[in-house]
Design a protein around this ligand. Structure first.
Ligand SMILES: [Zn+2]
Length: 397
């Protein structure tokens, strides 16, 4: 699609949302949708256009390389910043049933903190797989029950799991989520979160996974598209040919289009090929067409690597926009198969996944408290963080 046509698609926003029904509107009410979506037909046509630009593995790889450069350029991460010391702060260990939780902060840039919780198996020395769990939009989603449960179950299965805040959420208050650089900061934080997992002595750097829902799904496939170190990816309720997130952290910078590249989130997910990927979709949001539209395109990329068996779609036609139990169960099974985790440890005699006793008081998961304040040298606002980013980029030159 030509850029002029894409701009015209902006007018389809409200009609498109209306056509998708009341369930869709309920989602729209809680998500910050600022960017127009394409109509479903426009998304399909755009993807068909992309398919015509490559036919062989070599042609796809040339395209993917150009897209990757375009994402990083659009995200203002060219060159990648120099990597500062992480200086991790880890405290507040809680011993739960089969796993432990700690409160964590580390620096992605000097004076800029990534905040989150580290879930580890209660026993075992490793090497263990490491899994990143970015989350979707909401008030305090990192410490919400759905995030706690999936991290706890994965830890019981034998993984070291890091759930980390979106910029401007929960403990990440050095700037707001409305910061013009939020996409840049968040993508850089994800890259540094991989560094953090790899810095833990018990983590096997060759068995790293990432899974998140909605805005966390965006973070999952965006990280996978620009960082080779992930071995497994499970983006949940987000891969769509006609909607790109709408928040500044997902599409607030020109990562999909420039005069040198043109892509969509389906291709970002496809760039994970030929490594194992599970795309989870549902029937009530912008992922409702995944089995007919998005997944076949991703499969066509895996096919040029002769790796069709490594990509799967779990489509829950009667479900909506969440990371609920059946979506989590599909993810646990895929992670177990692909990262060598112990699924039996969380499986009941009847064959169901046991998610009992997997939440704690969310206040206990707070990283910065009166007793454990953010270090005094922390950067004070978004402008200071942007300055640190530019300084780290010039250091990298
Ligand atoms: Zn956002």
């Amino acid at each position: 699609m030509k850029p002029s046509t894409r701009r015209k698609a902006a007018t389809g926003l409200f009609l498109g949302a209306f056509a998708m029904g009341t369930a869709m509107l309920a989602v729209a009410a809680v998500l910050p949708m600022k960017e127009p979506r394409l109509t479903e037909e426009q998304g399909r046509e755009q993807l068909a256009g992309f398919a015509k630009t490559w036919h062989t593995r070599a042609e796809w790889e040339a395209r993917a390389k150009n897209i990757r450069a375009g994402i990083l350029r659009g995200a203002n991460l060219t060159p990648l910043p120099a990597r500062c010391e992480l200086k991790p702060i880890i405290w507040g260990r809680q011993v739960c049933k089969g796993y432990t939780i700690e409160n964590v902060a580390f620096e992605s840039l000097p004076g800029f903190f990534v905040t989150g919780n580290l879930y580890r198996p209660v026993s075992g020395k490793g090497p263990m797989p490491g899994i990143l769990c970015p989350h979707g939009h909401g008030d305090r989603p990192r410490v919400g029950a759905a995030t706690q449960t999936r991290c706890a179950v994965l830890a019981r299965m034998g993984a070291v799991v890091f759930a980390y805040d979106m910029v401007g959420k929960c403990d990440s208050t050095q700037t707001t989520h409305d910061d013009p650089n939020v996409l840049t900061f968040q993508l850089w934080n994800s890259i540094r979160a991989v560094d953090f997992l790899m810095s833990l002595p018990e983590v096997d750097g060759k068995r790293l996974g990432c899974t998140g829902e909605s805005g966390g799904g965006t973070q999952t496939f965006m990280l996978g598209a620009v960082d080779d170190r992930l071995a497994v990816s499970v983006p949940v309720v987000m891969v769509s040919a006609h909607f790109f997130g709408g928040c500044k952290c997902e599409s607030g910078l020109p990562i999909h289009h420039s005069d040198q590249h043109d892509t969509d989130n389906v291709e970002l997910a496809a760039m994970f090929a030929p490594k194992p990927e599970l795309v989870i979709s549902d029937g009530k949001d912008w992922t409702k067409n995944v089995p007919q539209v998005e997944f076949p395109y991703i499969q066509s990329v895996y096919q040029v690597y002769d790796a069709s068996d490594r990509v799967e779609n779990r489509h829950l036609a009667n479900e909506g926009h969440d990371y609920g139990p059946s979506k989590r169960a599909a993810m646990y099974r895929f992670m177990a198969k692909r990262l060598g985790l112990n699924l039996e440890a969380v499986t009941t005699a009847a064959g169901a996944i046991d998610e009992s006793d997997t939440t704690v008081d969310d206040k206990s998961l707070q990283v910065f408290t009166a007793e454990h304040p953010r270090p005094a040298y922390a950067l004070k606002d978004g402008a200071a963080i942007a300055g640190a980013l530019e300084a780290a980029k010039s250091k990298a030159l």
